[in-house]
Design a protein around this ligand. Structure first.
Ligand code: ADP
Ligand code: MG
Length: 239
């Protein structure tokens, strides 16, 4: 579903991603861990064309993403959920969810609404469809943001620390929603510090250290027998 080869990215002459290569199979859930500044967000953002790579190949569900088509194509295939929800504040939850299907994909409004309500029910937000983001808890806003990303029918969902900005008591409901998506077979890459969730839900874990993937293994193995010093140090800090 995702193939990345020799991805490189620098900012102002400073290499942030050195030479990243990996694949993610359809239905696989991969958690990405690593210290702050190791390049996790930049890697996900390159996959979604929020950052433009310097070089390397990115292929998503069978198409190599290159040139002028890249941005539109990627935005449709890849859904992204951020730490700070980024909902449109002056739109209701429902309006947020139908915005891209109607304005980007040109879907009929009544069809988009019907599909949005199914998604909102799935994330437990149907009753809040007509509410504005400011009146919702962080967990509810994040679940609405997940529904909004799903409304584009993406092949892949990327999550960048989706629970880091939430009060502790709201983390569980968002992780539960993500767990449900994983169980339905969605292909997912998740940057997270929630190690119990990662261990339970992900097939594989990838550790980024200074812009390189230093470990990429089945989650259970990585926890029970980390190979690299950087992994051991990271696990000591978060566990
Ligand atoms: P992580 O998500 O693992 O904390 P990031 O991908 O955000 O790491 O950042 C990796 C490095 O790239 C950091 O040194 C950060 O300062 C730098 N960086 C990220 N985005 C930009 C940008 N837009 N301009 C300049 N430097 C950036
Ligand atoms: Mg980050």
């Amino acid at each position: 579903m995702i193939r990345v080869e020799n991805l490189k990215k620098s900012f102002d002459g400073k290499n942030v991603l050195h030479d990243i290569s990996f694949t993610v199979e359809e239905g696989e859930v991969v958690c990405v861990i690593g210290a702050s500044g190791s390049g996790k967000s930049t890697m996900l953002r390159c996959l979604n064309y929020l950052e433009q790579k310097d070089s390397g190949t990115i292929e998503i569900s069978g198409s190599v993403i290159e040139g002028r088509r890249a941005e539109t194509e990627l935005r449709q295939k890849v859904g992204m959920v951020f730490q700070h929800f980024h909902l449109f504040p002056h739109k209701t939850v429902l309006e947020n969810v139908i915005e891209a299907p109607v304005h980007v994909l040109g879907r009929k409004k009544d069809e988009a609404v019907a599909e949005a309500m199914v998604l909102l029910e799935k994330v437990g937000m149907k009753e809040k469809a007509d509410d504005y983001p400011a009146s919702l808890s962080g967990g509810q806003q994040q679940r609405a943001a997940i529904a909004r990303a799903l409304a584009m029918k993406p092949d892949v969902m990327l999550f960048d620390e989706p629970t880091s900005a939430l009060d502790p008591e709201l983390v569980g409901e968002v992780l539960e929603t993500m767990k449900q998506l994983a169980a339905e077979g969605m292909t997912m890459m998740i940057v997270t510090h929630e190690m119990n969730f990662a261990r339970e839900v992900s097939d594989r874990m990838m550790l980024l250290h200074e812009g390189r993937i230093v470990e990429d293994r089945p989650s259970k193995e990585l926890f029970s027998s980390p190979r690299e010093e950087a992994t051991k140090a990271f696990l000591r800090r978060v566990l």
